[in-house]
Design a protein around this ligand. Structure first.
Ligand code: CA
Length: 646
């Protein structure tokens, strides 16, 4: 029992504190102009705050100047220097409860190496050429097709076709016409694939890769330090705080030019350090504690932030709006969204909608937490069970669909519908309808997927659940490649937003590493020689994506799958109920029939009335096929698609 924390939490959540100290202006941080620089920091608990200025951003250097800040309204300390302090580094020394600590600015827009010091930045100078014209437009009613990507994975491989000095960096995204032995790599590969968005794994400043060394370090980046600053290790010079900003903008500009939207993976739910800049600025305000006054740990990473507290809600909103405005970000994926409260999530949605074309900006998240959250009473966790409390334009990753198709993520060997558990056939129609027959109101609420950075890659999962032969990780097995196609077929012929992990389209392997967050870059990198080797699989993904785009019920966020998808029921001995099939209209109002055959033998399928042409035989898209009627052979372990011609 920690009574001090319990009393402090009560104080922070009291009406009195709310009225006295909640600050609504948007001028926190350092704001620079031609002849002055103003600094503002919210810290109602502090008894003294000093501004320290530095010539460089390295840790442990001495300040060349110190200014005592003044306490104003609402607990905001401020100081204005009558100078343009662009490129000057700074920290605050904050004294609270008689204890003095030095901290970076939680509102910093730039920082030095490893985020140790904040930096004053003239953002105009960080804009690449033609940045003003940079634009990506996406129809708010249309489902995205999202590719989950890690900046370092993308181009670390020597076969990426990117020059060595740009490998693993933001600038790799600006290199066009790259290939491995004639097969497209990097951004050309993405263009060819036809995805509408990439979701970048953390690109804000995180802790665990040492930016000062050009070592072969790797981390996914779910260890936040500076939320409003790009990660430095992906830049060509992390020592100059302006460089990472410019290079990240160049990456975004290049993706936009390729017609691809950029989604940021945001991790507001916890900080890497318990003694973070938040904690040093206002002790115990930004974090939850349990009813015993013990630090909450719903993230499983040692702490959890308190989205329900006014100044952290504000922080999340300010941060999101900043990334949209300054970096032209097109969507946000919220890590452990179940640790945030529904009210905060809805407020962010609402604030985005108020922007010009703001309704096009995607919002979705993981509808769970690692451990039980210590949310303040009355707040509602934004998890799967409270989906009906969230705006319908906030989507959730659908673990039901993921596990129904290829088996549980928690047990490597446990199969799904595609790889041997036919008992899961009864969950496939709901997956196809994005659970709109059940807990979802609209397909806009569901992310349909089978693989993400967490857990095994799809191909590895198939190895471990089917052949169980470790040699198949590296030496790809064609039966497993077929199952990979089958999984993708179900994802792309289902409602909800389509989502897949980078490399799923070329049977990416991490050789059975199910949690590669700090494994070597060699384990994590996209192996572009594998893209060449499995070009047939890549082409299958491309064709499936193209097909998906022609079917309105799959692409329309607000479709009603329960009426627009017509399931075909046979269930006879020759046509067991394990075979799931349905009819949908294409964008020319023609009927398409989709048949999933999870059996290990071909089946003669009874067609509905009419003349049909096979457009996908389960392993590839067919250019020319004879007219079939009455029956068609649907291949084993595959999805067959036909179009009605008469
Ligand atoms: Ca960093």
């Amino acid at each position: 029992m920690n009574n001090e924390i319990i009393n402090l939490t009560r104080k922070y959540m009291s009406r009195d504190f709310y009225e006295k100290y909640n600050y609504t202006e948007t001028d926190l941080g350092a704001i620079v102009s031609k002849d002055k620089t103003s600094f503002k920091v919210w810290s109602p608990i502090a008894t003294k705050v000093t501004l320290n200025l530095f010539k460089d951003g390295k840790p442990n250097t001495s300040a060349y100047k110190k200014y005592s800040m003044e306490l104003g309204e609402k607990g905001v300390w401020s100081y204005t220097v009558d100078e343009d302090l662009s490129d000057v580094y700074y920290t605050y020394s904050v004294t609270s409860f008689g204890k003095k600590t030095q901290t970076g600015d939680i509102y910093a827009k730039a920082c030095g190496v490893n985020g140790a010091k904040s930096m004053v930045v003239n953002l105009k100078k960080t804009n690449p050429t033609n940045w003003k014209q940079d634009k990506f437009t996406y129809d708010r009613g249309k489902q995205p097709i999202i590719y989950e990507l890690h900046v370092k994975d993308f181009s670390h491989d020597e076969n990426s076709g990117v020059a060595e000095k740009f490998r693993g960096k933001y600038l790799a995204f600006t290199k066009e016409n790259t290939n491995f032995k004639g097969t497209n790599t990097c951004i050309d590969h993405l263009k060819k694939l036809g995805v509408t968005h990439v979701q970048l794994m953390p690109v804000f400043d995180f802790a665990t890769v040492d930016e000062s060394k050009n070592k072969n370090e790797f981390n996914w980046g779910y260890d936040p330090v500076n939320y409003n600053v790009p990660e430095g290790s992906y830049s060509t010079n992390p020592n100059d705080g302006a460089v990472r900003i410019k290079e990240m903008k160049m990456m975004i500009q290049s993706l936009h030019k390729a017609g691809i939207g950029v989604i940021m993976d945001v991790v507001y739910n916890h900080t890497y350090y318990d003694d973070s800049y938040f904690e040093r600025t206002v002790p115990h305000y930004y974090y939850r504690s349990t009813s015993d006054g013990i630090q909450g740990n719903g993230s499983g990473c040692g702490n959890e932030t308190a989205s329900e507290r006014f100044m952290f809600t504000k922080y999340m909103i300010d941060s999101i709006l900043y990334w949209v405005d300054e970096y032209h970000i097109d969507g946000f994926r919220f890590d452990l969204m179940g640790l945030h409260d529904t009210q905060t999530m809805n407020e962010i949605r609402n604030r985005l909608n108020q922007l010009e074309n703001g309704e096009n900006i995607l919002m979705y998240g993981e509808p769970w937490s690692a451990l039980e959250p210590s949310m303040w009473k009355g707040s509602i966790p934004a998890n799967k069970y409270n989906l009906d409390m969230l705006d319908t334009d906030i989507a959730i990753f659908c673990d039901d669909t993921r596990d129904a198709i290829k088996g549980s993520v928690f047990d490597a060997q446990s199969p799904g519908y595609v790889n041997g558990n036919l008992g899961l056939a009864n969950r496939i129609p709901a997956s196809v309808m994005a659970w709109c027959c059940d807990y979802a109101a609209r397909p806009s609420q569901i992310i349909t997927y089978v693989s993400a950075h967490d857990n095994f890659t799809l191909y590895d999962k198939l190895v471990m659940s089917v052949t169980k032969n470790q040699e198949h990780f590296v030496n790809t097995n064609q039966d497993l490649i077929q199952l990979n196609k089958f999984c993708a077929s179900i994802v792309f012929t289902s409602c909800g937003a389509s989502f897949f992990q980078a490399g799923e389209e070329f049977a990416r392997t991490k050789e059975g590493d199910g949690n590669s967050y700090n494994s070597s870059p060699e384990v994590n990198r996209l192996d572009w020689s594998r893209a060449k080797e499995n070009e047939d699989l890549v082409n299958f993904y491309k064709d499936m994506i193209q097909f998906r785009k022609t079917i309105p019920v799959f692409m329309d966020k607000n479709a009603d799958p329960t009426t627009e998808i017509k399931f075909i029921h046979h269930s006879t001995e020759s046509m067991p109920s394990y075979i799931v099939s349905f009819m949908v209209k294409d964008n020319k109002n023609k009927d398409a029939v989709v048949v999933y055959n999870p059996l290990s033998e071909n089946v003669e399928y009874e067609l509905p009335k009419g003349d049909y042409k096979v457009i996908c035989d389960g392993s590839s898209f067919v250019k020319k096929s004879p007219v079939v009627k009455n029956t068609v052979v649907v291949h084993k372990n595959a999805c067959t698609i036909l179009k009605k011609v008469k």
